[in-house]
Ligand binder design. Structure first.
Ligand SMILES: [Zn+2]
Length: 375
C-alpha cells in the first residue's frame, strides 16, 4: 500500500521542496531575461533619438559660409585709424534693443522641440516656456552624454530673427562702377548728401549708426525710399564694446538692425565693420565674428578708396584725393562720412561725381550681388 505509507510521505515532502526551489528560480530567470531585453530597447531608442537630434541642431539655420577674407596688412592700420578718429561723434547712440526681443514664437518652439529628445537626462519641465527659453539660449551648458565637441557655440542661438538671405548667384558685372559709401549717419548732413546724389542722378550706400529717435527713423526711411542701399555699421560704434566677443558684436549689431528694419520695412543684408574688418580691436574676435555673420547670411564690405574726410581735409584735398585714387581702380568703393562735422564732404560731392562721370564711371549701390571688397 503506497498511499499513506512512509515512502509516500517522503516523496511528497521531496516534491514540495523541489517545487519551492524550482519555481522561484524559473521566475527569476524569466524576469532577468525580460529586463535585459528592455534595457537593450531603451538604450537603442536613446541613441537613435540623440543621433537624430544632433543632426537637427547641426542643420538648423546653417547657411553657406564664405570663409574669411583675404588680408591686406598694408591698409589695415591706416584704415582702422581712419574710422577710429573719425567716428568719435557717433559713439553716443544708445543700445536700444533688448537682447531677446522678437524671438518669434515658432522658432523658439521648434528649437526647444528639437532639443528635448537630445538629452537622455531628465528634463525638469519641457512644457515650461521659461525653461524652454533657457535651454534654447544656452543649449551647450547642459552636460552631454556623448562628450563630443560638435556643438555650435552659444551665440548661434541668439537672435533667431537675425538672418539674411545669402546671395549665391554670380556677382554683377560692375567694371567701371563706383560705389559711394557714407558711414556713421544718418545725421544733419544726410539730406544734403541725398540732394546732391539726386541732382546728379546717382545712387549710393549708407552704412548707418542709427539712433532710436524719430528723427533718425525718418531719415532712414527717406534713404530707403529714395532707393539707396542701407547697410549696418553699428549701434554704439564703441570698439571696446563691440569687439569684446561675438556675443557683444551681435548685441550691438542687432540693436542697429532692429531700428533699420522697423524704420524701412526691409531687412539689411550687408554691413561694414566700424574701423574696417581688420583693426586693432578685433584681432582676437575678427575671425569668429565674420564666420558667425556669414553663417547668418550677411556680407561685409570694406573700402578701397578712403576720402580721408575724417582728417578735416579742405575741398581741394578731398577732390584730388578721391578722384586720383578712384580712377586707378575699375570698381572703386569710396569711404565718406555722413556726420555733422563733415561739411566739406557735402560741398565736394557734386564735383567728385562729375569728375568720375567724366572718367567713364557709372554708379552703383552695394548689395550682396556686388563683389565684396575685403581688406
Ligand atoms: Zn564708422
Amino acid at each position: 500500500m503506497y498511499f499513506g505509507s512512509v515512502r509516500f510521505f517522503k516523496h511528497l515532502i521531496l516534491t514540495v521542496i523541489a517545487l519551492l526551489i524550482i519555481t522561484p528560480t524559473v521566475l527569476c530567470i524569466v524576469l532577468v531575461g525580460d529586463n535585459i531585453k528592455k534595457a537593450d530597447e531603451i538604450s537603442r531608442l536613446t541613441s537613435a533619438s540623440q543621433e537624430s537630434s544632433y543632426s537637427d541642431s547641426e542643420n538648423s539655420g546653417a547657411l553657406p559660409q564664405d570663409g574669411s577674407s583675404g588680408e591686406n596688412s598694408s591698409q589695415e592700420s591706416s584704415d582702422s585709424n581712419t574710422e577710429n578718429s573719425s567716428d568719435s561723434t557717433a559713439s553716443t547712440s544708445e543700445q536700444s534693443g533688448s537682447s531677446d526681443i522678437e524671438s518669434s514664437p515658432e522658432q523658439t518652439s521648434s528649437a526647444s522641440e528639437s532639443q528635448t529628445p537630445a538629452t537622455s537626462e531628465p528634463q525638469p519641465d519641457s512644457s515650461d516656456p521659461a525653461q524652454s527659453q533657457t535651454d534654447q539660449s544656452d543649449p551647450q551648458s547642459r552636460p552631454d552624454s556623448s562628450g563630443t565637441s560638435t556643438e555650435a557655440p552659444d551665440y548661434t542661438a541668439l537672435y533667431p530673427d537675425l538672418y539674411a538671405d545669402k546671395y549665391d548667384g554670380e556677382y554683377i558685372n560692375d567694371d567701371n562702377t563706383v560705389y559711394l559709401t557714407f558711414d556713421d549717419g544718418p545725421s544733419v548732413l544726410t539730406e544734403n548728401i541725398m540732394y546732391y546724389l539726386k541732382q546728379e542722378g546717382v545712387t549710393a550706400t549708407f552704412f548707418v549708426v542709427p539712433e532710436d529717435t524719430e528723427f533718425c527713423r525718418s531719415l532712414l526711411k527717406k534713404i530707403h525710399d529714395a532707393g539707396y542701399s542701407i547697410g549696418i555699421h553699428s549701434s554704439s560704434h564703441d570698439y571696446d564694446k563691440i569687439y569684446g566677443s561675438v556675443t557683444d558684436f551681435l548685441d550691438d549689431f542687432y540693436a542697429a538692425y532692429k531700428i533699420v528694419y522697423e524704420a524701412t520695412g526691409e531687412r539689411p543684408s550687408i554691413y561694414r565693420f566700424p574701423g574696417g574688418s581688420v583693426n586693432d580691436w578685433n584681432t582676437d574676435t575678427r575671425e569668429a565674428i565674420i564666420k558667425e555673420m556669414s553663417r547668418r547670411g550677411f556680407e561685409y564690405f570694406d573700402w578701397n578708396v578712403d576720402s580721408n574726410d575724417w582728417q578735416g581735409y579742405g575741398w581741394t584735398q578731398l577732390y584730388n584725393n578721391v578722384t586720383s585714387d578712384a580712377c586707378e581702380l575699375s570698381t572703386p568703393v569710396i569711404l565718406f562720412h555722413d556726420t555733422g562735422a563733415r561739411e566739406n564732404t557735402v560741398l565736394v560731392l557734386e564735383d567728385i561725381i562729375a569728375a568720375l562721370k567724366a572718367n567713364g564711371y557709372s554708379f552703383g549701390s552695394l548689395s550682396q550681388k556686388a563683389e565684396p571688397v575685403h581688406f
